[in-house]
Design a protein around this ligand. Structure first.
Ligand code: ZN
Ligand code: ZN
Length: 369
């Protein structure tokens, strides 16, 4: 039978505080993280945890003192699985938390926050700074996040004596049954807050509307998210804050349609403009650009203005601007227009005389080159 007192190097009369201190000291020394690959240390670490699992719990310690290692009780009755927690969680709490407290007292990172900003295509083109106001949980500066009024401290829970658990023992003909439940008074924390902070009501955090300046880079696309580190919710128990994500919505432009880095626009021409050729002013994100349309341009024809598209995010260069021709067929002609178009049609027919459909087909079938 192992002597758990010897394992922890304490006397049989040591009090719980002494046992806890001895365990903490040894666990640190033999922790696998500081003794990588050392099998002996790993074995020792296991032993120390095993010893503390029993001696660290007053009820189990009593049984150990009376009956020996297993307490003389079949292990299935050892308070079910509840009695034996993960030895590492206790260790974690000893290192990072306070005493035998549970996860509620461990440092936790604050949650991330998401907010949406809408910008114009021009702003997406140039890049823009925006101030967003996000309601966020921040560490209460009155109590520093502890939730306890300054000048006071947490009190040991009178219900469980700081253990966080209440052990129930029942005797029967088959032996002693023990079970333990989480202390209701302190919720398993072992401590209670008898002087909650007046500013935050004991929660350790306050909600405030926090203006955050966000730099939206040139070339940002609709739906892109910008991460602002550390501007999310405050952390818990000294944990780091979360991040703020700003989701960008780019509103639609009157003329320009975005396609990745490129832009597209439709240029509307009259029938005569398309036939005769013209110069048109087309919208770009830097103002307007003059585009020469050659005579005989067709509907659907595309003109490319290189470098007049959107900037590439976090890189050099810009996309292109594509202009698609749309030719409008006049709907309500004046008498004069009608006369001229009829004249035009007559001249067209004259031009094509001798070019019947058979002849035109033959021409079309001939190789072009
Ligand atoms: Zn309690
Ligand atoms: Zn407070």
């Amino acid at each position: 039978m192992k002597d758990y007192y010897a394992v922890l190097g304490v006397s049989r009369h040591a009090d719980q505080e002494e046992i806890k201190r001895a365990y903490r000291r040894l666990a640190r020394r033999y922790h696998p993280d500081v003794n990588r690959g050392d099998r002996e240390a790993a074995e020792r670490f296991k032993e120390i945890n095993e010893a503390y699992e029993v001696l660290g719990d007053p009820a189990k310690r009593r049984r150990y003192d009376l009956y020996g290692e297993s307490g003389g009780i079949p292990s299935v009755f050892e308070g079910g699985f509840e009695g034996f927690g993960d030895p590492f969680s206790d260790l974690f709490n000893l290192f990072f938390g306070r005493g035998r407290t549970r996860a509620a007292h461990a440092p936790r990172r604050g949650s991330d926050l998401v907010t949406v900003v809408e910008i114009s295509l021009e702003e997406a083109y140039r890049g823009v700074k925006r101030v967003v106001e996000v309601p966020r949980r921040q560490t209460c500066d009155s109590c520093g996040g502890t939730g306890v009024e300054s000048g006071y401290a947490m009190d040991l829970c009178p219900e469980c004596g700081g253990e966080g658990r209440i052990t129930h023992t029942r005797r029967s003909a088959f032996g002693t049954f023990t079970s333990s439940t989480t202390c209701r008074r302190c919720g398993g924390m072992g401590e209670i807050n008898t002087h909650p902070c007046t500013r935050c009501g004991g929660g350790g955090a306050v909600e405030s509307l926090d203006p955050v300046e966000v730099e939206i880079p040139a070339g940002i696309d609709d739906g892109d998210r910008i991460r602002v580190p550390g501007r999310g919710e405050a952390g818990y128990m000294g944990g780091p804050p979360g991040d703020l994500y700003v989701e960008v919505r780019v509103s639609e432009h009157e003329f320009l349609e975005r396609d990745g880095h490129d832009l597209r626009a439709v240029v509307e021409l009259s029938m005569a403009e398309a036939a005769l050729g013209t110069v048109v002013e087309v919208p770009t994100l830097e103002g307007t650009e003059r585009l020469t349309i050659p005579a005989g341009s067709q509907p659907g024809q595309v003109f490319r203005l290189p470098g007049k598209g959107m900037p590439r995010l976090h890189s050099r260069g810009k996309g292109d601007l594509y202009l698609v021709l749309d030719v409008q067929v006049p709907r309500d002609l004046t008498a004069e227009q009608r006369r001229l178009l009829e004249e035009f049609q007559r001249l067209e027919a004259e031009k094509r005389r001798g070019q019947g459909w058979r002849e035109r087909l033959r021409k079309a079938m001939r190789p072009q080159h």
